[in-house]
Design a protein around this ligand. Structure first.
Ligand SMILES: Cc1ncc(COP(=O)(O)O)c(C=O)c1O
Length: 436
């Protein structure tokens, strides 16, 4: 029997195939370009609901489908995307360096004084000892989670974490416990379980939350989470993509806003929002950042940020520090938009940030018709979030106010919302043709 088994194994190893073995399914035949959480809506008009093309200068009014629309769909919070000084440095820097330099990963041949200067200035700004740059926020945080933990460690994270955190947790080979979104009691229960487990494994605990949750706009309960440090031993990683530049007295983010910046052990943000650029960073204690430099795979095995991007980010950071008027204008607009919507009876959920969600009731098809109506008849462009990202029967229209918006933009938008909200509740969209 033993000999038979080993002959069979040998056959598998050298690749012999029993002629009767049926061919397995072809990988490409399995692909379903029209199903899945997002692709199921691919039947809707091309480049209209999905992959729309916004044209013209970044600002509160942009071109879409050949017409000017009031734009609520870009994360250009401080309006820096089209700031004259930003446009100037981006252009000059691209002319000086091109997009190639530096060639190579930071560790090998892609380092520069400018990269190090940006890391130093970011560390000072977010009040941490040291900083490491990432090429993209998504890859950076995924890879940082991987580099920070090993199989003995336990990750505790919020259920509504951004995909980049969820995917970082997927890379983790040890245990993970998810807690109900912003539910501190449930978070504590998970910490208890994690604490018991790491005593057995000899590992440690990483807790991950966000400064601002990008869909609902509610800030992570960082103050309450930090309180739990008195009872449990864990390190706190905060993804502050939407808080950086928009929250806190100096714009250092949700930790500064809640008075717990010192207690955030690993502070992460992308440059893709307030900084209106590309790239990201993580700040922490010196030895932690040093560890990341030598072990984070997304940076060690990838070309470093191009010099014009680094130089452009230095300019944006300088403006963020020296021109607080952009943040003030942003918040003036946030207050006007959010109070206007609330006064008109709209449900904005739990937001306590710039992210402005408007929760409505309706089907996915009604959402498509409403979006079509508000775009074509009111020239208002905002994003819609539908099932399965949020529960069935709910619609979420998400508005991102920026410093570039004017009172007129906000007034016209409030008028538009009043009309489409009324139409939705009266069943108007049930009777319309699907705009595809
Ligand atoms: C909360 C959050 N984290 C991380 C990211 C990813 O950042 P990046 O666009 O730099 O990959 C985003 C989206 O930009 C985000 O909203």
């Amino acid at each position: 029997m033993k000999a038979v088994v080993s002959t069979f194994k040998l056959g598998v190893l050298i690749g012999t195939r029993d002629k009767k073995t049926p061919f397995s399914m072809d990988l490409f035949d399995k692909l379903r370009p029209d199903s899945g959480p997002l692709a199921q809506y691919a039947f809707l008009k091309d480049s209209y609901f999905m992959f729309p093309k916004l044209e013209g200068d970044l600002g509160s009014r942009m071109m879409f489908g050949g017409k000017e629309r009031i734009m609520w769909s870009i994360n250009n919070y401080l309006g820096l995307g089209n700031h004259p000084e930003v446009r100037k440095i981006d252009g000059e820097s691209a002319a000086r360096w091109g997009l190639a330099a530096p060639m190579g990963a930071r560790m090998m041949s892609g380092n520069s004084d400018l990269h190090e200067q940006l890391e130093k200035e970011l560390s000072d700004f977010v009040m941490k000892e040291d900083t490491i740059l990432f090429n993209f926020g998504y890859q950076g945080i995924c890879s940082a989670i991987d580099a920070l933990t090993d199989r003995r460690d336990v990750i505790v994270y919020d259920a509504e974490s951004h995909a980049c955190i969820v995917d970082g947790v997927r890379l983790h080979q040890g245990k993970r416990f998810v807690f109900k979104h912003n539910d501190i009691e449930n978070c504590e229960r998970m910490l208890q379980r994690a604490s018991e487990l790491v005593v057995q494994t000899g590992g440690a605990i990483l807790l991950i939350s966000e400064g601002v949750f990008g869909m609902g706009g509610d800030q992570g309960k960082l103050k309450e989470i930090v309180e739990l440090k008195k009872k449990y031993n864990f390190r706190l990683l905060v993804d502050d993509a939407h808080g950086f530049g928009t929250l806190g007295a100096t714009g250092a983010g949700a930790g500064e806003e809640q008075g717990v910046q010192d207690e955030i052990d690993l502070y992460f943000s992308t440059f893709a929002k307030s900084m209106a650029s590309v790239g990201a960073f993580m700040s922490s204690k010196k030895h932690v950042v040093q560890h990341l430099r030598y072990s984070i795979r997304s940076q060690i095995f990838a070309k470093s940020l191009a010099l014009p991007v680094v130089e452009g980010n230095l300019k944006r950071l300088e403006l963020l520090r020296s021109q607080p008027e952009h943040k003030e204008k942003l918040w003036k607009n946030v207050r006007m938009l959010q109070s206007g919507l609330r006064e008109r009876g709209f449900d904005l959920g739990e937001t306590n940030s710039c992210v402005t969600p408007v929760y409505l009731k309706g089907s996915v098809v009604e959402a498509a018709k409403l979006i079509y109506d508000i775009r074509e008849n009111f020239n208002v462009f905002c994003s819609a979030v539908v099932y399965p990202v949020i529960p069935k029967g709910q619609l979420l229209l998400r508005l991102i106010p920026t410093a570039s918006h004017t009172e007129k933009d906000i007034e016209e938008t409030l008028e538009a919302f009043t009309t489409v909200g009324k139409r939705l509740s009266e069943g108007y969209y049930d009777t319309q043709e699907v705009p595809v």
